[in-house]
Design a protein around this ligand. Structure first.
Ligand SMILES: [Zn+2]
Length: 128
């Protein structure tokens, strides 16, 4: 499935952004850092505000961008619709690509009504 690649990338961006964000907050709170495994002592106090501001901004931007991207993907690409009975199904529950109600072949919900505008008219016009 081509749809599965995007959420994985978003997850990586989200985790990386959260790591950068938390590191920026840590530097803001305590600009000194001792790496006990390598015995190295870091002092960021000169660059404390510049470094932490950049990291927090980059981390926040990446977090928001990846969350927005994931929400959009979850809402549209993981939904399928049956052209026969117009039943909407989460892709996860219909992995064989068939409608559980009538056995019709499912289509992705994203762009479905652009491909089938006649179905949209029947369903949404009030008073019919
Ligand atoms: Zn169906």
């Amino acid at each position: 499935m081509q749809y599965s690649t995007m959420p994985v990338k978003s997850w990586h961006v989200l985790l990386g952004s959260l790591a950068v964000l938390s590191l920026g907050v840590e530097i803001l709170i305590d600009p000194t850092w001792f790496d006990s495994t390598r015995g190295v002592y870091f002092d960021y106090s000169k660059w404390q505000y510049l470094l932490s501001c950049v990291m927090i901004v980059v981390g926040l931007a990446g977090t928001i961008a990846s969350l927005v991207s994931m929400n959009r993907k979850n809402r549209w690409d993981e939904m399928m619709i049956c052209p026969e009975c117009q039943q909407t199904i989460i892709t996860y529950t219909a992995q064989d690509g068939r409608c559980p109600q009538c056995g019709g072949e499912l289509e992705p919900l994203d762009g479905f009504y652009e491909r089938h505008p006649e179905l949209l008219d029947e369903d949404t016009e009030p008073g019919h």
